[in-house]
Design a binder for this molecule. Sequence first.
Ligand code: TYM
Length: 373
Amino acid sequence: MKKIIVTPWEVKGELEKLDYTKLIKKFGTKPLTQDLLEKLKKITGELHLFLRRGVFFSHRDFDWILDKYNVGEKFCLYTGRGPSGVVHLGHLIPWMFTKWLQDKFDVELYFQLTDDEKFLVKDLSLDQTLSFSFNNVLDIIACELAPEKTHIFIDTQYTKTLYKLALRIAKHLTFSTVKAVFGFKPSDNIGIIFFPAMQIAPCFLPSILKGKLVPCLIPASIDQDPYWRPARDVAPRLGFYKPAQIHSRFLPGLGRGGKMSASEPETAIFVTDSLEVVERKILNAFDGGQPTLREQKEKGGNPDICLIYQYFYFLFEPNDKKIENLKSDCKNGKLVCGECKQKLATKVKEFLAGYQQRREKAKNIVDKFILKD
Ligand code: TYM
């Protein structure tokens, strides 16, 4: 099997083959159990598609966040983006879920853009990472987050507040701790060795800004988890609550086995792709079909390895009955791949047309979202 890489700086390989149960063990997180989902449903009245389908699958202290909420202590949400280029559909998974949480709990969101991180780990200048940041702000706003409750900040532009907090964190983190967590090598630049303190800082930012302890919940995919382990170690030493997390799986890429790679743009759908390009990518995606139409009708397809099915499952067929039918129609040969791909292409294009319109309009309201110091 080809190697799958999951680090905070790189997610690549045949993502369909990732064993998430193993990741829970390896990272020391907890599975999102049915009981916990029921507890959530009592508050929210319904469960988001991502919860019903196990897309969000793991957590730390999410039960504690709900307990706090139930006794009247509201939490803040915190999530982020490393601005190194164009956003793809996978990035939208945690952001769409964050929007749902924001709506259901009526809570504030702090959204970090780590232009410093991307400058340090990629071959990009500070001007480039800043420019990607401003571009990505539009991608974030297009997710329909509440302007009066969403505070977006770019690391190099919000340093007066963030740097002081990061320093307090850094003082409690030794090199051997971050080396063990992130695998830093002697040849790594010292900027990236300090950087974890910058990504940890927003966990405590709401408490600083509001002058009282505020629980923090981080919705993100599991690749960002390494940051939260030292964050949780440091929290009590600085007198803050430990940040809680809720983790999602990765939306796979469109290549065989869910391959996603930054160097192969055909394996991902970018939110700024033209609708023709989107259609081409979907029609060329790896599917679970038989080599000929006759064999497809006789033997049926294999939705378990099909990326088209995965895209319906994650995002584009929210109706639970319809997704079941899609699966059985595929398995018994009623549905052929060309038809299925066309159906997906139509749905994705519809979604992206709306998203791209919102993204355009976002240019006029950026100021409402940006946190300044
Ligand atoms: P970045 O820009 O790599 O990723 C942004 C968010 O997208 C998630 N993600 C995915 N989710 C589903 N499927 C995928 N294929 C996929 N690929 C990426 C990531 O988990 C992330 O939530 N260092 C961070 C920026 C950051 C941050 C944060 C992220 C700063 N503070 C707090 C989450 C929470 C980064 O480079 O993310």
